[in-house]
Design a protein around this ligand. Structure first.
Ligand SMILES: [Zn+2]
Length: 62
């Protein structure tokens, strides 16, 4: 018997976006998980990255 719980890392947020402000220590630009770096989703500006295709993510210890 396996539990039905299906976690997908931190991708459960309704809205993605920058995890921290640019320039903050232990952060880096990463490809937006919502649009895959395209900056658009279904022809609309990606709500996760604002159309930039990248998001600032924390890469250090949480
Ligand atoms: Zn995006």
């Amino acid at each position: 018997m396996q539990p039905s719980e299906n976690k997908k890392g931190d991708g459960a947020k309704a809205v993605h976006g920058d995890e921290a402000k640019p320039g903050t220590d232990q952060t880096a630009d990463g490809i937006c998980p919502d649009c895959g770096g395209e900056g658009q989703v279904d022809g609309n500006t990606c709500p996760g990255c604002g159309g930039t295709g990248t998001v600032t993510v924390i890469v250090g210890d949480a």
